[in-house]
Design a protein around this ligand. Structure first.
Ligand SMILES: [Ca+2]
Length: 163
């Protein structure tokens, strides 16, 4: 295997999401509401550990997940992000909390990884145990980042045991 360090500041290539599913939702708040580019619509599900899962349609290189939270300017959500290539085996890539300061999307940078599925599991917020997301976007490295990654590869590639 090899790991290539890249410039995360150029993680700006929006990846099309072909579908989104969830562990469940409140009536009238389906998971598809996170894909409509409207901060006034949301996916909502009551309970700790509820998740929403986005499908990119094929394996892509991912470097950030952007999430806008319902009442994100006053509630701090606890969440974990995991990715998968096959939709069955998920690997946790980030455990964090939202800032509680904005209604707009917050950008969560992860180590560059190849995945088709991105799952966001919400473990409540500081007000209640609802998982509520208004928008979800997934980004890959931009062209500039791909170029610099290629240039740096010889000195920044770590080799592990071959399998
Ligand atoms: Ca929305």
């Amino acid at each position: 295997m090899s790991i290539t360090v890249q410039d995360v500041t150029s993680c700006g290539n929006t990846l099309p999401i072909t579908g989104v599913t969830a562990s469940g939702n409140q009536k009238g708040y389906p998971p598809s509401n996170v894909l409509d580019n409207n901060l006034n619509t949301r996916w909502s599900s009551k309970g700790v550990g509820r998740f929403i899962r986005a499908d990119l349609g094929s394996i892509q290189n991912i470097c950030s997940i952007d999430i806008a939270w319902y009442k994100g300017n006053e509630r701090v959500y606890n969440f974990a992000i995991a990715t998968s290539t096959d939709g069955t085996t998920f690997t946790n890539v980030l455990t964090s909390s939202s800032s509680g300061t904005t209604l707009n999307s917050e950008k969560y940078i992860i180590s560059s990884t190849n995945a088709r599925y991105v799952r966001v599991t919400v473990n409540g917020n500081n007000v209640n145990n609802y998982a509520q997301i208004t928008e979800l976007d997934i980004f890959g490295p931009s062209a500039a980042s791909l170029s610099s990654t290629h240039n740096y590869e010889p000195s920044l590639t770590l080799s592990g045991p071959s399998s």
